[in-house]
Write a protein that binds this ligand. Structure first.
Ligand code: DQA
Length: 143
């Protein structure tokens, strides 16, 4: 089974950006953790991060026929991007939405998730462990 992990804007700034909200671990260590989790679960994984909405749409389209599951933290595009929602619906690949912080307890503008409407599971506010839980979910269901 191949899982694609997609992270949106500013996730590459983990460890620097608002550590009180997103923690002190940086993006590179998240990538190492994801590799270790893939190993543990016996699946293949590819990670992709972009600050650009269209690049995320392109990556989702390219996953069609290539990937069995998507873990996506669209970051700020969660709350604005119908294009990412439509891309996820277009490819129909099982997807899990992850948010590091508990967006349900934050500002009003974070209460809508467009991408989440195309995701079958939502892991919110579990920190970086959320990516692990999302990968476990996909492997358990689709491997
Ligand atoms: C986030 C929550 C979003 O509201 C925010 O814009 C992010 C990160 C999270 O993982 O908690 O960049 O997706």
């Amino acid at each position: 089974m191949k899982i694609l992990v997609i992270n949106g804007p500013n996730i590459n700034m983990l460890g620097i950006r608002e550590p009180g909200i997103y923690g002190s671990q940086n993006y590179e260590t998240l990538l190492c953790d994801i590799d270790a989790w893939a190993n543990e679960l016996g699946c293949q994984v590819e990670c992709f991060q972009s600050n650009h909405e269209g690049d995320i749409v392109d990556k989702i389209q390219q996953a069609y026929g290539e990937v069995d599951g998507i873990v996506i933290n669209p970051a700020a595009y969660t709350h604005t991007s119908v294009a990412i929602l439509d891309a996820l619906k277009s490819v129909g690949i099982p997807a899990v939405e992850v948010h590091i912080s508990d967006v349900t307890k934050r500002e009003d503008f974070r209460q809508i998730s467009y991408a989440g409407m195309a995701c079958e599971e939502h892991i919110i506010g579990k920190g970086l462990e959320g990516y692990h839980l999302a990968m476990q979910y996909l492997c358990k269901k689709y491997k």
